[in-house]
Design a protein around this ligand. Structure first.
Ligand SMILES: [Zn+2]
Ligand SMILES: [Zn+2]
Length: 250
């Protein structure tokens, strides 16, 4: 078992927001994780930040665990899983945050498993004209992309600087290429439809080097049974990239 597959020790911590299961070392945390927000202090919020109801002995205030703002019970009643902050149980969130967290549930329930199961791609390193058939998957601790073929690579997710998802009918360099910028828009990469993902270009830093290394992944045409799996994997990677950038921007 290589270093990147080691099961990182975890510990249970209690915060005002609830119980959390976090890695013993901060360096071992998931690249998709989010920090707990600071709570808006009680004295700074006499009224619900959504419906403006005044707080008193009957109308109590509650903090949303995701944004840290103050709400009345009606505006902050939903308890939704929040795995990105490592909460063990579903936690209280405002309507806006609950919606975002519910959408992320699909990533944690389905797409994360797709990424960990892996898919097959032709992989080209840098400007080389040779490509190698490799199985690419996310490590169990979510921190590495692991590539296995005749060669073996482990790319640390935090070292990845750009992810471009390539879609059918376009070649790299054309304007319709999906880059991180497009991830902020509503464009959707699905496994079916007319925007099937067929490849990906990663740029990442190799520790000890300042230059970026580029790696291109192409879904294999020869293995038609795997092509759908590769497209599903790329769609999951697309979603993962969005989460990754959110985690970095926090
Ligand atoms: Zn309210
Ligand atoms: Zn909120």
């Amino acid at each position: 078992m290589s270093g990147c597959e080691a099961r990182d020790a975890k510990k249970l911590v209690r915060s005002p927001s609830g119980l959390r299961m976090v890695p013993e070392h901060r360096s071992a945390r998931s690249p998709f994780g989010l920090d707990e927000p600071p709570w808006v202090p009680d004295k700074e919020c006499p009224r619900c930040m959504q419906c403006d109801t005044k707080f008193d002995f009957i109308t109590r205030k509650h903090h949303c665990r995701r944004c840290g703002k103050c709400f009345c019970d009606k505006c902050c009643s939903k308890k939704v899983p929040l795995p990105r902050m490592c909460f063990v149980d579903p936690v209280r969130q405002c309507a806006e945050c609950a919606l975002i967290s519910q959408k992320e549930t699909e990533f944690y329930d389905k797409q994360l498993k797709v990424l960990m199961n892996g898919a097959t791609f032709f992989v080209t390193l840098g400007t080389s004209d040779k490509s190698e058939l490799m199985v690419c998957r996310l490590s169990n601790n979510q921190r590495y992309l692991v590539l296995d073929g005749d060669s073996h690579y482990e790319i640390e997710i935090v070292q990845i600087s750009t992810v471009q998802i390539l879609t059918e009918g376009f070649t790299p360099g054309e304007k319709d290429i999906h880059t991180y910028t497009s991830l902020l828009e509503s464009q959707h990469i699905t496994e079916g439809g007319n925007t099937r993902a067929i490849g990906m270009i990663l740029q990442y830093k190799v520790p000890g080097s300042e230059e970026l290394t580029q790696m291109k992944f192409t879904a294999s045409e020869d293995f038609s049974c795997n092509k759908k799996l590769s497209a599903t994997w790329l769609a999951a990677m697309h979603k993962a990239t969005k989460l990754l950038y959110e985690s970095r921007d926090q």
